[in-house]
Ligand binder design. Structure first.
Ligand code: NAG
Ligand code: NAG
Ligand code: NAG
Ligand code: NAG
Ligand code: NAG
Length: 255
């Protein structure tokens, strides 16, 4: 009895150590994907001594693609999934024309063949977003301001989802919230919205370092991406003096 038990344990240890079957599945997808674009996701796995029986892909626990070395690949209709079968195989699936409802949890599940039929899987989340089509636009800014004028401007980021987070910087410094004007904006039928942040700040002489131009910068941030736009304005008093001086020079030059 004791001997048989010992042999069995040894045999188990031998099997565990001596054969390495399916031991790793890694699904690789981006955290964010862009609306209407194509998404290629990959699934890497190590079969060891086992042979592949099937690879299945799921979105939110519902199967949408199945690869088997012995059969034709199959796909199953699921919301937000338009699969490109010609670019989907053992290690890759390609989705076309992403929609917001293509966002979700994607799983690659690998099953090995007889006799063990082991299954391992890996999950990753994908969020579909729509980035702004361009950098933000600054409007309403005057080329020059007299001291104590109110500098008023708007910065608008084109439609995106999620909405862009806006900020204003004067000479590289963040603007205090009392100088910001918030505007609500509505979503379009696809759920995208423009983002607008107003600026209303007094034209203190100190904003024009050494009498030089004031640098205004506006940024629009969507997740990890930031777009920015820079503009400058002059202090009007100095600007007028400069113009007057130019006039004088030009007139005297013409004489
Ligand atoms: C899975 O794949 C990602 C991306 O290719 C890689 O960074 C990561 O190290 C892999 N994980 C393992 C366990 O190999
Ligand atoms: C997914 O989104 C698309 C585009 O908005 C829409 O046409 C489709 O009906 C949606 N599908 C489901 C199941 O909600
Ligand atoms: C994916 O999203 C689900 C639901 O939002 C969440 O419960 C889960 O922790 C996320 N998984 C990963 C790997 O981020
Ligand atoms: C900023 O936009 C708002 C809303 O469209 C508008 O009422 C306001 O006059 C604009 N301000 C400037 C300085 O252009
Ligand atoms: C006000 C004005 O016309 N200024 C012009 C004077 O002449 C110089 C060069 O000749 C121009 O650059 C200025 O614009």
């Amino acid at each position: 009895m004791e001997l048989r038990l010992a042999t069995a344990v040894a045999l188990c240890l031998f099997i565990a150590k001596g054969t390495l079957g399916l031991h790793f599945v890694n699904v690789s997808v981006p955290m964010y994907a862009e609306l209407h674009e194509t998404l290629t996701m990959s699934c890497h796995f190590e079969l060891g001594d086992d042979h592949l029986y099937m690879v299945k892909w799921f979105k939110d626990r519902k199967e949408f693609f199945r690869y088997s070395p012995d059969h034709n690949s199959r796909n199953f209709a699921q919301p937000g999934i338009k699969i490109d079968m010609s670019r989907s195989d053992m290690n890759t699936v390609t989705l076309l024309d992403l929609q917001f409802n293509s966002s979700g949890t994607y799983r690659c599940e690998v099953t090995t063949g007889a006799p063990k039929f082991e299954t391992l899987f890996s999950n990753e989340n994908v969020t579909v977003r729509a980035l702004p089509a361009s950098e933000p636009i600054i409007t309403g800014l005057q080329p020059a301001y007299s001291p104590e004028d109110i500098i008023g401007a708007n910065c608008s980021s084109p439609k995106s989802k999620p909405q862009a987070i806006m900020a204003w910087y004067l000479n590289g410094k963040t603007v205090d919230r009392y100088s910001l004007v918030y505007y609500a904006s509505s979503e379009d039928e696809e759920g995208l919205s423009e983002s607008v942040l107003g600026l209303s700040a007094r034209a203190e002489v100190t904003l024009f370092p050494g009498g030089g131009p004031l640098e205004l910068r506006c940024t629009a941030t969507v997740q990890e991406r930031t777009w920015s736009k820079t503009a400058t304005s002059l202090l009007a008093r100095l600007n007028n003096q400069k113009l007057a001086q130019d006039d004088f020079t030009n007139q005297s030059g013409a004489k």
